[in-house]
Write a protein that binds this ligand. Structure first.
Ligand SMILES: *[C@@H]1O[C@H](CO)[C@@H](O)[C@H](O)[C@H]1NC(C)=O
Ligand SMILES: *[C@@H]1O[C@H](CO)[C@@H](O)[C@H](O)[C@H]1NC(C)=O
Ligand SMILES: *[C@@H]1O[C@H](CO)[C@@H](O)[C@H](O)[C@H]1NC(C)=O
Ligand SMILES: *[C@@H]1O[C@H](CO)[C@@H](O)[C@H](O)[C@H]1NC(C)=O
Length: 472
């Protein structure tokens, strides 16, 4: 890749035209301007080559091209008569040093990511900012997360705040993500003991454990508990009042948590809620402020995925249908269709087998918008079909879900089979490849690593940092 071709990709034809036309302006001094423009061009080209050299493999440069092409094309959607929006030049302060991810990540990118049709909105931007997060993000955890019952300052509720001793315990399945977030956070490099340098503060109560504690249990008591705890944090530490809680967050995957913040204005209005039940229509879920957490069922690593051509069933779904009108509709439509594996309750084979032998796996809204089926499907290499209106899908500002899943409006459930049959094999294979790439984002590790669920969720928090708090 030579310098001028890299440069030309960054300049749209329109911009190029302007660049060349400008020296002809009568009042300008053509030679000096030409010289300056040439110098600028050479500098920018050199800069781009420097950046490009960090991204071995031309795939990355191609994305750049792809992004710019599509923005050119989008100009046809502009209102007629209005000039095209200005193309902003690269900021001059953007040095190649800033742009360079460490070599390990660069290698991962070059080897594994097929960028053109890949699953990311913009892998390069994300990877750079992710690197910056890994370098600088600091989270402070309130001390309750470290105090067991033998600690003098611990409360009788200390287990509520501690990391779960056995997050893989069967029975925690649906709430695995809630526990793994805390386990991983406490072992991560993002944690700090110095609250003054923290970007964000973690309130370590577990909604799932509050639900299981007979002293608390009910939704009203959980809300009361969370209110009292937060009030204590506000009284005993100076950090809450500095931003009225805007740099504080809490994490849960049990839907009873959705009203937990409801009794404290600053908590529901300002603090960041990280939740599996991320629905645009949930009363206390605020899109942009709050964060969708992937609901992941703990599963052993699946060594080899069934390849697409060995998936002989079109569709798989199994689950309880009592509390979901859409699921009932689904069974009524295809319950007897031998090409489609749709079961009310358990299938006649193992639940996992359904994911292995099907091309598409349905996630159909139940009582909540979310279930673990989305990440189950991803885990087993089955393309998720998401029939759950208003579900804010996890990491949707990083991942382009349309590249590895099919999203269908609940009202159009009757069209599902035809829609899936109309997906061409090349398109399916591309979705399958993308699915393989995003699998790592839906895995939790006790000690977080790479682009796993913990770091992906932390990245969402990172995007919500930078709270101004001069009054602390
Ligand atoms: C832009 O539009 C042209 C013509 O309509 C098309 O051939 C090309 O593929 C489009 N490019 C992108 C990136 O959408
Ligand atoms: C409780 O905490 C103390 C000191 O903080 C530690 O020595 C002890 O091992 C902990 N016990 C458990 C069960 O974690
Ligand atoms: C923070 O503000 C609340 C309510 O105004 C107050 O009760 C509390 O004492 C303040 N906390 C600190 C540490 O000053
Ligand atoms: C499916 O088959 C069962 C038993 O044969 C029958 O009762 C039911 O009405 C059928 N459902 C549909 C949607 O055809």
């Amino acid at each position: 890749m030579n310098a001028s071709s890299v440069f030309s990709m960054l300049v749209s034809p329109e911009q190029e035209e302007r660049t060349h036309r400008r020296p002809k302006h009568p009042s300008s001094r053509p030679h000096a301007l030409h010289l300056r423009l040439l110098l600028l061009a050479v500098l920018m080209a050199a800069l781009m080559v420097a950046i490009a050299s960090f991204f071995r493999g031309s795939a990355h440069i191609n994305t750049l091209k792809f992004d710019i092409d599509s923005s050119e094309n989008s100009s046809k959607f502009l209102v007629k008569g209005k000039p095209a929006p200005p193309q902003f030049p690269f900021p001059s302060s953007f040095s190649s040093a800033d742009a360079a991810p460490p070599p390990s990540i660069t290698k991962t990118i070059a080897n594994k990511v097929d960028i053109e049709l890949g699953p990311y909105h913009n892998w390069q931007l994300f990877a750079l900012d992710f690197q910056e997060m890994m370098r600088s993000f600091k989270i402070y955890v309130y001390p309750d997360a470290f105090m067991n019952q033998s600690h003098s300052k611990s409360s009788p509720f200390s287990p509520i705040f501690l990391p779960h001793p056995d997050p893989f315990h069967t029975g925690l399945g649906n709430y695995f993500s809630e526990h793994m977030f805390k386990v991983a956070l406490l072992r991560s490099s993002l944690i700090t003991r110095h609250p003054e340098e923290a970007h964000l503060f973690f309130l370590p109560f577990s909604i799932n454990l509050l639900r299981n504690d007979p002293r608390v249990y009910s939704e009203a008591s959980i809300s009361e508990f969370v209110t009292q705890y937060t009030t204590r944090v506000r009284r005993d530490f100076k950090f809450w009042n500095a931003s009225a809680g805007a740099d504080h967050f809490y994490v849960y995957c049990h839907s009873v948590g959705r009203e937990a913040a409801s009794k404290l204005h600053d908590l529901y209005n300002n603090a960041i809620q990280v939740t599996c039940s991320s629905s645009y229509f949930q009363r206390y879920y605020v899109s942009h402020k709050d964060v969708g957490l992937p609901q992941v069922w703990p599963r052993p690593h699946e060594k080899a995925l069934t390849p697409p051509d060995a998936r002989h069933k079109l569709v798989y779904f199994s689950g309880r249908i009592q509390n979901s009108r859409i699921r009932q509709e689904l069974i009524a439509l295809w319950g007897n269709d031998s090409y489609v594996d749709v079961f009310s309750g358990s299938p006649p084979f193992s639940y996992e087998e359904g994911f292995r032998r099907s091309k598409y796996c349905l996630h159909v809204k139940g009582y909540e918008v979310n279930t673990a089926r989305v990440s189950d499907a991803i885990h087993y290499g089955c393309i998720p079909v998401i029939i759950s209106n208003y579900y804010e899908l996890p990491f949707a500002n990083v991942l382009d879900w349309s590249k590895f899943s099919v999203i269908i409006n609940q009202r159009e459930i009757a069209l599902t089979k035809n829609k899936l049959l109309s997906i061409t094999t090349p398109k399916y294979l591309n979705m399958f490849r993308n699915l393989c790439q995003v699998r790592k984002h839906f895995c939790w590790n006790k000690t977080p690593r790479g682009f796993d669920s913990f770091h992906m969720t932390a990245y969402q928090l990172w995007l919500r940092r930078n709270i101004n708090r001069p009054f602390r």
